[in-house]
Ligand binder design. Structure first.
Ligand SMILES: CC(C)(COP(=O)(O)OP(=O)(O)OC[C@H]1O[C@@H](n2cnc3c(N)ncnc32)[C@H](O)[C@@H]1OP(=O)(O)O)[C@@H](O)C(=O)NCCC(=O)NCCS
Length: 172
């Protein structure tokens, strides 16, 4: 369990997956997601199973009342280079703009830098996802580049932004 100021993060359980399926089938949630295929429970369970034993980590985000409001994780963990990718989705829309996203990212960074001793955490975000970019910049992520017309969504090609934070900038 990782304890933040507002949220708590614990391992994602199989029993959380019906909520994840609901979120991934909500266009309001998936609007800005880079990768959100329409997924049913069986497929979601196969994805979950596939993660067991891998270096990827899947975490449930609990609000101050202990209710499940989202999930997050790390992927592409490279021990030699001490880096990984971070991703997050608050799936309950009524939990947006309450600081949970910021607290989740900060809690993850504390874990990744101070406990796992990683040196760099990066992510990719849709350029039009202003809420997410606001959160990442507030947590210390810096825009490193733009992948032009990287994603086809709602009939047009859209840009993706790559952002990252390195350990020496963490906590400054
Ligand atoms: C993006 C997301 C993780 C942010 O989490 P959150 O809990 O809503 O974020 P916070 O409450 O910590 O902060 C949101 C900030 O964005 C601001 N904001 C909200 N809408 C905004 C907009 N359209 N443009 C700019 N800023 C916006 C809020 O005012 C708040 O800033 P403030 O605290 O200075 O007022 C969450 O909304 C989410 O999961 N959305 C759907 C999936 C998604 O986009 N995931 C990220 C993929 S890279």
């Amino acid at each position: 369990m990782l304890i933040g100021d507002k949220v708590r993060l614990r391992a994602l359980e199989r029993s959380d997956l019906p909520a994840v399926v609901r979120w991934m089938n909500d266009p309001g949630v998936t609007e800005h997601l880079l990768n959100a295929p329409l997924t049913g429970l069986q497929e979601m369970e196969a994805w979950y199973e596939g993660n067991i034993g891998s270096n990827d980590r899947l975490l449930a985000i609990l609000d101050p009342r202990g209710d499940l409001v989202g999930y997050c994780g790390i992927s592409r963990l490279e021990w030699e280079d001490r880096r990984c990718n971070l991703w997050i989705t608050i799936g309950e829309c009524d939990a947006w703009d309450k600081g949970y996203g910021t607290d989740t990212v900060r809690t993850m960074l504390r874990y990744l830098f101070d406990e796992l001793n990683l040196n760099r955490v990066s992510l990719t975000v849709a350029e039009d996802n202003a809420r997410a970019i606001r959160v990442y910049e507030r947590c210390g992520f810096i825009r490193e580049g733009i992948a032009r017309k990287a994603r086809f969504k709602y009939g047009t090609y859209r840009n993706d932004v790559t952002m990252a934070i390195v350990k020496e900038a963490w906590g400054r």
